[in-house]
Design a binder for this molecule. Structure first.
Ligand code: XIL
Length: 492
């Protein structure tokens, strides 16, 4: 903000010094002061708006009649997310019987004040109404599509961004999809949900939203990243990724968060911090809030932040005092740090990201050789065998069909068109072989931007124990060493 107010000041000073008396200069300095002082905004929403971002809160409809609550909400925020009122159990309590009254109270409160609304959420394994919980298969797939069509259709034109799908991936090292009734309708349920949402509300930004996806090195983060990259490469209508960012000792903030945000943004999606809360207190908590805000500000496509509640006692995790206001409404140190960080950008364009983004790996669909970083040799099917169970090895690269692998959108590494790279087990030392392709997770692989290839079922890395011709390929715990680094080099 200072750089914008200064240049006119400097020009005027130069002209005036010719006749300048100390009094004139002093008067001028005084006249400039209010400009400088004005630049620091005094509320979260206004401070975020200086760089074109929003600052939102999760809101509970039943609290809109609490004036202590709405005083803070109306003063500080310019976006809302209904905390529970748009979930499936709230909007479709009986099949095909839709109720929007509580969600409408929040939406109307926001829209009448010119705020943004984040819709949360259209497809999720949790908070399903009873009738949906007991559904499977085609009936469930159709019920999900109908729900999306009806709810997103009802709010068409009013929602800034929709969390179309929430929490579809497993925690831990597997990088797998979360097992749920929705997942069991078929792996394409997520893209089906996005296509339905796009048809129902073409102008809303359509987001995938999840937690434990903040740390760039976590398998879950990489799994979501690979899905988004795949969606973008195939034209599935996804516009943004929501990072819930519930930080606590089990899922702490990590300084690679900025890399996570900028890496996703580099795929061509917006990123939003959607459910921020940081357990703790005092300076430590304040500094983490500051870091999170600065990370968002550093990424041009990070277009807003939402905290998951207003005061600590509004929080779903109130014992962790994770929010910006005390229960009595007092601003916490975390509030001050957040406001200061938002004000630090001032008006004007957002700086371009400074963090390096990982080099995207080969997009799905084209044939590549898989080259070991340590050996320079390729993953090879010995003797061009087509027998199920033939174990793969390293061999001098030769560009032949027995070294030609196609990474599919289903995460398979196909060879000869019909056979797949297959893990014969999931433990350390499990053989990696070829086998007729099927849809199970022992034939699914994540090609990670850190150069490893991990099995979806095992979470373990492709590994070789030597660099020579004939060295066998196995699964092993990822160790960050060069014998687990591979590069897909396009053969086309
Ligand atoms: C939480 C709400 O805050 C609670 O009131 C409710 O009991 C459970 O859900 N991830 C999400 C949110 O996407 O919908 C969850 O909200 C918190 C975790």
């Amino acid at each position: 903000m200072i750089s914008r107010t200064r240049p006119p000041g400097r020009t005027r000073l130069r002209t005036l010094t010719i006749s300048g008396t100390a009094a004139i200069v002093a008067a001028l300095v005084v006249s400039l002061l209010p400009n400088l002082a004005q630049a620091a905004e005094t509320t979260l929403g206004a401070a975020a708006a200086q760089s074109g971002r929003y600052f939102g809160a999760a809101v509970a409809a039943n609290k809109l009649s609490d004036s202590a609550y709405t005083t803070i909400l109306n003063r500080e925020f310019n976006a809302v997310t209904p905390e529970n009122e748009m979930k499936i159990d709230a909007t479709e309590p009986q099949q095909n019987n839709f109720t929007f009254s509580n969600a409408d109270r929040i939406v109307n409160h926001a829209l009448s004040r010119g705020w943004k609304v984040r819709g949360h959420t259209l497809a999720w394994y949790s908070q399903q109404p009873g009738w949906m919980q007991s559904m499977e298969g085609t009936a469930l797939r159709n019920a999900m599509l109908n729900h999306i069509n009806r709810v997103a259709g009802y709010y068409r034109g009013k929602i800034y961004s929709w969390d179309v799908v929430n929490e579809a991936f497993e925690d831990g090292n597997s990088g797998a999809r979360r097992n749920s009734n929705l997942q069991r309708t078929g792996n394409d349920w997520i893209e089906a949900a996005f296509r339905a949402a796009d048809a129902a509300d073409p102008d809303a930004k359509l987001c995938y939203n999840d937690y434990n996806t903040d740390n760039w090195t976590w398998a879950k983060t990489q799994a979501v990243y690979n899905m988004v990259r795949d969606f973008k490469s195939r034209g599935v209508p996804i516009d943004c990724v929501g990072f819930q960012s519930h930080f606590n000792p089990n899922s702490p903030y990590n300084s690679n968060y900025r890399t996570t945000l900028s890496s996703f943004a580099a795929l061509g999606v917006d990123v939003q911090i959607t459910e921020l809360d940081i357990e703790g207190s005092g300076t430590t908590q304040a500094n983490t809030y500051r870091n999170v805000v600065n990370d968002c500000l550093a990424v041009a496509r990070c277009n807003g932040l939402t905290v998951w509640g207003v005061r600590d006692c509004d929080s779903w995790r109130s014992s962790g005092t994770p929010l910006l206001f005390e229960c009595n409404g007092t601003k916490k140190a975390a509030y001050t740090a957040t406001l200061e960080a938002l004000n630090s950008t001032g008006p004007g364009p957002t700086p371009t990201p400074t963090t390096p983004t990982p080099t995207p790996t080969t997009p799905p669909g084209s044939a590549s050789e898989i080259v070991g970083a340590q050996s320079g040799r390729c993953i090879d099917v010995p003797n061009a065998s087509r027998t199920n169970g033939t174990r793969v090895q390293l061999y001098d690269c030769n560009r032949q069909t027995n070294q030609s692998w196609t990474y599919t959108s289903g995460k398979q590494l196909q060879v000869y068109g019909s056979m797949c790279l297959d893990a014969a087990g999931s433990g350390n030392g499990a053989a990696v072989q070829i086998y007729s392709c099927h849809s199970q997770t022992n034939q699914q692989w994540n090609i990670n931007s850190n150069g490893t290839i991990t099995g979806v079922q095992s979470g373990r890395c492709l590994d070789v124990w030597s660099t020579t011709n004939g060295a066998q390929v196995q699964l092993y715990d990822c160790n960050g060493q060069a014998n687990q680094q591979f590069r897909l080099a396009s053969l086309t």
